[in-house]
Ligand binder design. Structure first.
Ligand code: NAP
Ligand code: ZN
Length: 335
């Protein structure tokens, strides 16, 4: 196979630069995907800036990938050249530990992210273990489906796992890439949905996406007014919030589930957790099983990302807009 060209970061916070690498022999369990689209998740920005101390430079970011298989390793049985697939945050796992065996591959100690120690989707092609290349249902358009591969599954999985149903009251905190898809899935589960946003000018669009209410989180009084209201609060915000107020906003047995990764440790009051049997939890992406299920539901319920399209060569411009919280609601690079 020939070399792969893309855009790589060489140091924390640096600009993306044209980059090429030799991927070597295709591993027996891998597929090579010719990329048509790649969304920009805020986790790419965290990796570019080395916010989590796990980045390995140089690397090509990008883990919301849609493309077509161009090569399959000798052991690949489920996919063939020409198949349209999606690839998310995870590119591989051991496949044999207790977590992989029970379909929680995202919890595998040897889980390999698509763009940590590997090269991701801001490129012409990408390679992953075939178990992590998920066929896309026909009804999904590549550009608006690409963000489902990370943002979509990350918000879908906790809604399913925490048993959201038509009687549930759900709040989505932070209406960015994850949050705007979270509103759509929560509505598809039949829940009453509230959008919590620090951007007042997102109100109209949040309602159009399916939210029944909008709470402006810059207004501290507004958060107090919704005390005791929610069964599930799903936080996608990547900035620190008034967590104590959010815990008070939960109903008894309510769950505050963190998927966004704010920088600071959380300050909590224990008493409202005890008295209302409330839970603070976290959720990590989703497994291949969750991806299949989520994509099927997205196709049936017409859930898709609202995107800002960019040519692959404009990746630096797109990343800068994500950093400044200017994107409505997901930047997607196209080849
Ligand atoms: P994004 O598109 O940049 O959206 C983040 C949103 O956070 C913003 O749109 C904004 O919404 C909100 N926010 C709240 N306070 C803010 C502030 N002070 N400054 C800027 N924004 C603020 O990011 P994303 O791609 O949705 O990712 C969100 C977080 O989820 C990131 O930390 C990412 O790493 C994480 N993530 C986690 C997983 C997982 O497996 N758990 C998977 C993917 C991503 P409003 O304007 O509405 O306030
Ligand atoms: Zn992501």
């Amino acid at each position: 196979m020939s070399e792969i060209r893309g855009y790589a970061v060489h140091a924390a916070g640096a600009q993306l630069l044209p980059y090429k690498f030799d991927p070597g022999e295709l591993n027996a369990h891998e597929v090579e995907v010719k990329i048509s689209h790649c969304g920009i998740c805020h986790s790419d920005v965290h990796l570019i800036n080395n916010d989590w101390g796990i980045s390995k430079y140089p690397f090509i970011p990008g883990h919301e990938i849609v493309g077509t298989i161009v090569a399959a390793g000798d052991e690949v049985r489920n996919l063939k050249a020409g198949d349209r697939v999606g690839v998310g945050w995870q590119a591989d796992s051991c496949g044999i530990c207790e977590w992989c065996r029970q379909g929680d591959d995202q919890l595998c100690a040897q889980a390999q992210p698509t763009c940590v120690g590997r090269n991701g989707g801001f490129a012409e092609r990408v390679r992953v273990n075939s178990r992590f290349a998920i066929p896309l249902p026909e009804g999904l358009e590549s550009r608006t489906a690409a963000p489902l591969l990370c943002a979509g599954v990350t918000v879908y999985t906790p809604l399913r796992n925490y048993g959201v149903r038509p009687s549930s009251r759900v709040g989505v905190i932070g209406i960015g890439g994850l949050g705007h898809i979270g509103i759509q899935f929560a509505k598809a589960f039949g829940a009453e949905v509230t959008a919590f946003s620090s951007s007042k000018n997102k109100e109209e669009e949040a309602i159009e996406l399916g939210a029944h209410q909008f709470v402006n989180t810059r207004d501290t009084g507004a958060l107090k007014k919704v005390a005791g209201s929610y069964d599930l609060l799903l936080s996608t915000a990547n900035a620190d919030q008034d967590w104590v107020a959010y815990i008070h906003a939960l109903r008894p047995n309510g769950v505050l589930c963190m998927v966004g990764a704010p920088p600071k440790a959380m300050q909590l009051q224990i008493q409202p957790l005890i008295s209302g049997q409330r839970t603070v939890a976290g959720s990590s992406i989703g497994s291949p099983r969750d991806l299949y299920e989520m994509l099927d539901i997205a196709a049936r319920h017409k859930i898709k990302a609202v995107t800002e399209p960019f040519a692959m060569a404009k990746a630096n411009e797109a990343v800068a807009r994500v950093q400044k919280n200017q994107v409505r609601y997901r930047a997607v690079l196209a080849n």
